[in-house]
Design a protein around this ligand. Structure first.
Ligand SMILES: Cc1cc2nc3c(=O)[nH]c(=O)nc-3n(C[C@H](O)[C@H](O)[C@H](O)COP(=O)(O)OP(=O)(O)OC[C@H]3O[C@@H](n4cnc5c(N)ncnc54)[C@H](O)[C@@H]3O)c2cc1C
Length: 413
């Protein structure tokens, strides 16, 4: 490729938003260059959804979907009126990637492989005629009077009439999103909101958590007790070697961070949220009565959620640990029920930006024409995906933003 070539569009960053934008622009007959610093495209995309890729959240009614984007809702109607959930579904099916809707409308490729999503997008770009340039780092822009004329790259300068910035945010920097795109935007005159790792696992002080690493509990009720307020959430949690993760934790992290401003947060897990304490006490009594001659140690498996018996055993008073079931007292059985309704731990912090599933942060939508995704500050630049400051929960909402903003930007470049 000659460094003097003039493209119609250069897309910087070969993640989901960049590939969607590049392929869409090329489909419209534009001469498009896609520059990616990694040797492969879609490195972060390939680890999404635990390697399964929660590609979208199947809510075809845009009015129902957009409130999930918080304060950004009002700006996104014109964007989503062009390309929302159903068009995304059709888009991937049209590229022979079948999708399946699972619990809570989370949608995955039928193959359950994020790599298939990456390959589908790479093929979409190639088939649409995009010049794909991996292993090439963009180092900055040549610009004058709020207009960009070329990108400076590790392979020389490339000129273009239009540019689409798809360099992502700053979370999981090992995937390539190291935040330089946001620094360029600032120097070009955009406001860049500080990344705030909002969807992020929580760190616990308690050692017992480590032994449960990999154990999932669903549903639980989890109560975070701040100094002034209490937060109650219900759903699935995952124990990790450092604390807690899983959908309910990730989606609560923003509010827990507020509580953490006043210090450590006392937390209680209700392992049986759908049972009143009296009902649980009765269940325990029934199980104990039916297994009178067993050791307490051996009966716990029948009482507590799968994977939790060793941990709960560790919480019991020593004299109860060594008893036969028939010699336990009512007080001890009540204590076991209380424990299962109020398993205590202490949250000390979050895992921070490096572990964030999405970080908001980036350019506020007030500085973008959301009908086209064109910058209102730089004359020939569009912004897509995680470069934009939009907070959202986990569950496919982030990738939907990539498909929608990528499509609209590619269509309007
Ligand atoms: C662990 C994890 C799991 C997730 N799971 C889900 C999920 O299941 N569903 C969901 O909706 N969202 C999920 N997300 C969020 C989702 O992955 C992101 O919102 C999405 O990848 C953002 O896409 P993007 O194209 O804007 O940026 P990125 O995917 O970050 O892509 C940006 C690309 O730009 C390249 N780049 C950066 N700087 C330069 C440069 N100077 N020169 C050249 N190239 C550059 C990077 O190498 C990178 O490939 C997850 C995130 C993480 C971290």
């Amino acid at each position: 490729m000659s460094s003097n070539s003039i493209y119609d569009v250069i897309v910087i960053g070969g993640g989901p938003a960049g590939m969607m934008a590049a392929g869409t622009a090329a489909k419209h007959g534009k001469r498009v260059l896609l520059v990616e610093k990694n040797k492969v495209f879609g490195k972060k995309l390939s680890i999404t959804g635990g390697g399964r890729c929660n590609i979208l959240n199947y809510e075809p009614n845009t009015r129902q979907l957009l409130p999930y984007y918080g304060e950004s809702e009002q700006f996104l109607y014109s964007t989503f009126s062009q390309f929302a959930v159903e068009k995304t579904w059709d888009f991937f099916h049209g590229l022979d990637l079948s999708l399946v809707v699972e619990a809570r409308r989370r949608t995955f490729p039928v193959s359950q492989k994020a790599a298939d999503v990456v390959n589908t997008l790479v093929k979409f770009c190639k088939d649409s005629g995009v010049d794909m340039m991996p292993d090439t780092s963009v180092e900055g822009f040549v610009s004058n009077d709020n207009e960009i004329s070329a990108v400076k790259t590790s392979r020389g300068n490339f000129a273009s009439k239009w540019f689409i910035l798809a360099t992502g945010g700053s979370s999981h920097p090992e995937t390539g999103s190291t935040g330089e795109g946001l620094r360029w935007l600032k120097s070009l005159g955009h406001t860049v909101k500080q990344a705030n790792p909002n969807i992020v696992p929580l760190v616990a002080k308690d050692d017992w958590v480590k032994a449960l690493s990999g154990t999932k509990l669903e549903p639980v009720k989890i109560i975070f007790l701040g100094k002034k307020t209490k937060l109650i959430k219900k759903g699935g949690i995952l124990f990790t070697h450092f604390g807690l993760s899983g959908p309910t934790i990730l989606n609560s992290a923003k509010e827990v961070k507020e509580l953490l401003k006043d210090g450590e947060v006392s937390t209680a897990i209700d392992c049986f949220p759908d049972k009143e304490i009296g009902e649980l006490r009765q269940d325990i009594l029934d199980i104990f009565t039916a297994n009178k001659n067993k050791d307490v140690k051996n009966i716990l498996k029948t009482v507590v959620p799968p994977g939790m018996s060793k941990t709960i055993y560790g919480f019991l008073p020593l004299e109860m640990q060594i008893k036969k079931v028939h010699s336990t007292t009512q007080k001890e059985r009540y204590l076991l029920a209380d424990l299962l309704k109020n398993l205590p731990l202490t949250i000390t912090g979050t895992k921070g930006l490096d572990w964030a599933v999405v970080s908001d942060g980036g350019v506020p939508l007030t500085e973008v024409d959301t009908r086209t995704m064109r910058s209102k500050v730089v004359k020939n630049l569009s912004l897509v995906g995680d470069t934009l400051h939009i907070s959202r929960p986990s569950g496919g909402y982030s990738l939907q933003l990539c498909w929608t903003t990528g499509f609209v930007a590619g269509n309007n470049a």
